[in-house]
Design a protein around this ligand. Structure first.
Ligand code: BDR
Ligand code: CA
Length: 311
């Protein structure tokens, strides 16, 4: 089983990433750290607790950074994910509590105590991870791999140039991308191939368990917003691509590239510049996902939902 820590900002698609990671026999979800992103930290934390409680996952949840590393908060995504950050599902009252320890210290202590066998998954702005790397630089050699959703070699989704997670905290993304740890990137180029449609919702509904319920309630809301905003045939299921890659790497093709994040304030602020054609002749620092086997991905999502069948 591959040990993972999931850093996220739920978020409808983050919720599905938790769902897929929480029960899969190939993964061991050690902990969830939460960051401000899709909504403010109080909301994303509450959402992470609701999702894990709803799914009956006993994983500990830690609150992390409430604002970007350097600049003031410049974006949340209420227009996509709703006022709560996870509009759609109606959850039972919240009994589950967050751990006392700060998420960044949890990351540092857990990684430092490990044998270098923990994979970090990042599905939100990279503030917690950058902070952890600055507080304890030795963690970079302890990270087995960092699999993240963020950036794009093509177009942005929050500005013409930048993807949301990178735009929320470009300085953190830059620190992490320059850290030297092994990295795999699920950018918008890849997640645009993971389009959730109303047919997908109908398909998952048939599983009729609590995971299917969560999937359908979150995606029904998300499809109205994310799907419509970009004129796509559906809503890209961004964050779960990271988990799919860990469960079944063969469903995603990657290409090593040199990637840098633009932190100069201007039109390209937060853009991930990816040297696709290797014109810079620089050593690649990121394995960038390029092609998704979509039918295989959706089978994986359905199987992930059906793992919650027995309860
Ligand atoms: C990313 O931004 C968030 O809104 C999603 O949860 C995903 O992590 C996509 O740009
Ligand atoms: Ca996210």
């Amino acid at each position: 089983r591959r040990k993972i820590i999931l850093d996220c900002d739920p978020g409808q698609d983050d919720a599905i990433a938790i769902l897929l990671a929480g029960r899969h026999p190939r993964l061991e979800l050690l902990g969830i750290t939460v960051v401000a992103g899709n909504q403010t930290l109080d909301k994303t934390l509450k959402n992470a607790l609701h999702v894990t409680q709803h799914l009956g996952l006993e994983v500990p949840v830690y609150a992390g950074a409430s604002r970007p590393l350097v600049r003031e908060t410049q974006a949340t995504a209420g227009e996509i994910h709703g006022e709560s950050g996870l509009d759609g599902p109606v959850f039972a009252p919240l009994a589950k509590k967050a751990e006392e320890q700060h998420g960044v210290w949890y990351l540092i202590e857990t990684l430092m105590a490990s044998q270098g066998d923990i994979t970090l998954v990042s599905c939100g702005p990279m503030t917690n991870i950058a902070l952890a790397m600055r507080l304890e630089p030795k963690i970079t050699s302890k990270i087995k791999e960092l699999v993240f959703m963020g950036g794009a070699y093509g177009l942005g989704n929050v500005t013409p140039a930048a993807e949301f997670n990178f735009y929320c905290d470009p300085e953190s993304a830059r620190i992490v991308l320059n850290s030297g740890c092994p990295m795999t990137m699920m950018g918008l180029d890849l997640t645009a191939q993971a389009l959730c449609t109303w047919e997908t919702v109908q398909r998952m509904k048939k599983a009729s368990n609590k995971a299917a319920e969560l999937f359908c309630d979150t995606m029904s809301f998300y499809l109205e917003r994310e799907g419509k905003q970009y004129g796509m045939q559906g809503g890209p299921l961004h964050d779960p691509a990271c988990i799919a890659y860990l469960i079944d790497p063969a469903c995603i093709k990657t290409k090593p590239m040199y990637v840098q994040v633009d932190t100069v304030q201007g039109m390209n602020y937060g853009r991930s510049v990816c040297d696709y054609y290797e014109v810079m002749k620089k050593k690649p620092n990121v394995n960038v996902a390029v092609t998704l086997d979509a039918p295989r991905f959706w089978d994986l999502v359905e199987n992930g939902i059906r793992l919650y069948d027995e309860e």
